[in-house]
Design a protein around this ligand. Structure first.
Ligand code: ADP
Ligand code: MG
Length: 282
């Protein structure tokens, strides 16, 4: 089976006229299979957004090759097919909403793809239901909460029938309840619709929801594994300026005090289970 995303020796050099040169990706190799839910973390400037933009040909590699379901992002003839396969959601919901009514906004993508009107209506309905915003179809987007706006932005991408969603810090500007709404939606789309997800975040509590976590530093992938494995590297992550989930940190501190806990505890539930087991042995 072809990978959803395949990066081979990808480097990216920003070489803008007035900006200074910057190598933002260095020899990155990465394969993401269909249906995976990958979280990407890394401090500011580590290359996360640059990586994300390579996944739907918003940026092209300076060196190396990016394949989206086997389609080379450097092939201009594949551009629309690539953009339709891998849809992107950005940080600021206000920059992504173009219409004055929710349903028009969601229709915008499929209209641009030349989808017939009857089909567009069906797609808009399905997309708004998938993000649980159907009842707001006639609302004015600017009156919605941040979390609702981001779900509309996701619906706008879903209406193009993508196989993958690339989300670049979609929760960064949201309050905790907005973040939860968006994450619930993303998790459900992955689990129930089988949509491949690449989710960039600086919230570790979001990263642990993924089936795989990639850590970037200075344009390179420095850790890549299941969340339990990646977050067991507490010292290394801290040296990279990253946090670990609070319970993971608590587990580490407790084990330094001879409370024997296994590494890679990521959730409060698991912590409770482990502590109760210890207690029953006392
Ligand atoms: P992140 O999303 O992890 O914060 P980015 O991919 O945005 O990182 O940026 C990686 C590096 O590339 C940073 O050093 C950043 O300053 C630089 N960079 C990003 N965009 C541009 C650009 N358009 N021109 C020049 N340098 C850029
Ligand atoms: Mg970024």
């Amino acid at each position: 089976m072809a990978a959803m995303f395949q990066l081979e020796q990808v480097s990216h050099l920003y070489n803008g006229g007035d900006t200074e040169q910057k190598i933002a990706l260095k020899d990155v190799n990465l394969a993401i299979a269909p249906g995976e839910f990958v979280a990407v973390i890394g401090h500011n400037g580590s290359g996360k957004s640059t990586l994300a933009k390579h996944l739907n040909a918003l940026l092209l590699p300076t060196e190396g090759q990016v394949l989206v379901k086997g389609m080379d992002t450097k092939d201009p003839e594949q551009l629309w097919s690539i953009r339709q396969t891998a849809g992107m959601v950005f940080q600021n919901p206000d920059n992504q909403i173009v219409a004055t009514a929710v349903e028009e906004d969601v229709a915008f993508g499929p209209e641009n793809l030349g989808v017939p009107p009857a089909d567009i209506r069906r797609r808009v309905e399905a997309a708004l239901k998938a993000v649980d915003m159907w009842e707001f179809r006639q609302a004015a987007p600017h009156l919605l909460s941040g979390g609702q706006k981001q779900r509309i932005a996701i619906a706008g991408v879903l209406a193009m029938h993508p196989e993958a969603l690339i989300l670049d810090e979609p929760t960064a500007m949201l309050d905790p309840s907005g973040r939860r709404e968006v994450m619930d939606t993303v998790v459900r789309l992955n689990r129930e619709e089988g949509i491949t997800v690449v989710h960039i975040t600086h919230f570790m509590e979001e990263a642990v929801l993924a089936s795989r976590v990639i850590v970037m530093n200075d344009g390179q992938i420095v850790l890549d594994g299941v969340p339990e494995e990646v977050f067991s590297h507490v010292t290394e992550l801290k040296a990279l300026g990253l946090d670990v989930p609070q319970v993971t940190e608590l587990a580490l501190r407790l084990s330094e005090h001879n409370v024997k806990l296994p590494p890679g505890i990521l959730t409060v539930e698991r912590m409770v289970t482990e502590l109760c087991q210890l207690k029953s042995k006392m």
